[in-house]
Design a protein around this ligand. Sequence first.
Ligand code: UD1
Length: 422
Amino acid sequence: MDKLVIEGGKPLSGSIVIQGAKNAALPILAACLLAEGTSTIEHVPRLLDIDVMLNILRELGCRAEHVGDAVVLNTETAHTSHVPESLMGQMRSSIFLMGPLLARFGETQVYQPGGCAIGERKIDLHLEGLQALGAEIEEIGNRIICRADKLHGADIHLAFPSVGATENIMMAAVLAEGRTTISNAAREPEIQDLQRFLNEMGAKIMGAGTDTITIEGVQSLTPCTYRVIPDRIVAGTIMVAAAATRGQVTLLNTNPAHLSSLIHVLRRAGVQIAIDGDIIKVGCPGRPRAVERVVTAPYPAFPTDLQSQVMVLLALADGVSILKETIFEGRLKHVDELSRMGADIRVDLNAAFIRGVPRLYGATVEATDLRAGAALVIAGLAAQGKTIVEQIHHIDRGYECIETMLGRLGARISRYSPVPKN
Ligand code: UD1
């Protein structure tokens, strides 16, 4: 297994262009199945999760290739709606295929999805939504079989504004007969991106970004060329890394509006942030201040995907902060690893009580999930001495070559791959 070795204590400095958003690209790639022909999706990051999605699409009969930062995807030759269990288990986002496959083939067979071990991660809202659109669902052990001769519009109220369920229902409803309304829909920017993409293909969707989305079913969609939004979580990770190392970094190709809850927290911590169009400048000349209370919640509140990274900054802040995780019940595993680096954090149920320390110290730590891994990298960059981060395949799921990206900002970070045995 690869490892990252980090010599900490060097402030990050310089500028960096932010990659395309993984969480926008994944459902968009799945949605390409809805229009037979070749779509070109630009600004797709080169990541393990994207490779898994493309492998699934190829397994279904599609032709997919990377051309520069784009994926050219021909869905005309797709001939099956059965997703193999081995691929399904490799990431959570494989569940996005259910809606498009059901809409295109009138049936699909999938399995319970894999993904980061950060909590229970049910899919009941996805299934209930598809049932409301007319699908019959049979669950046999791990296998889920979904059939519908015809999908029809429905009024669907989500018990929780799930990002994935909102997207899956949108994708299934675009070709359904009549109007679908999703209330208590998730409002994340990636949902707005999916709406823009589907509308570009000829769908009639309104309301993404609000809690009510209306979809007027259409007969068919046509392939298109589309560019995905910048990755707000990668941008946020770099912003926190810049602050935690007391550096000065300029981020290019961002959407600052998507980062407003993070910007608010960072400013309360004393981090200097200047915004100019799609450029964000982050500087932190002194020790950050504690932030009394940060609570993760659905967008536009503070994102769970930046909770672990911000914890590192608060672990170095002057004073006591409280960080509460309300989305995923198993998402504080990085606390034990940060404690090994000298952080003073106590966990009580889903809240972390963080007493800031003046410095962290290098240690050998393990990435327990994607964003926890990113947090440990930030901790390593800020710490005194050498940090080794293990299990970095988690990090590769969401960050395009993280060591190259941080190396460009002056970080002393390198990847070690095990030497293959003869
Ligand atoms: C997406 C993001 C992920 C982010 C999360 C929350 C992608 C590819 N992933 O994940 O990075 O952390 O949003 O912002 O976009 N839930 C149910 N039943 C369901 C679906 C969800 O109970 O059918 C619960 C989950 O267990 C969790 C909460 O709802 O507690 C949020 O999940 P959801 O918004 O669906 O997250 P994902 O779409 O999986």
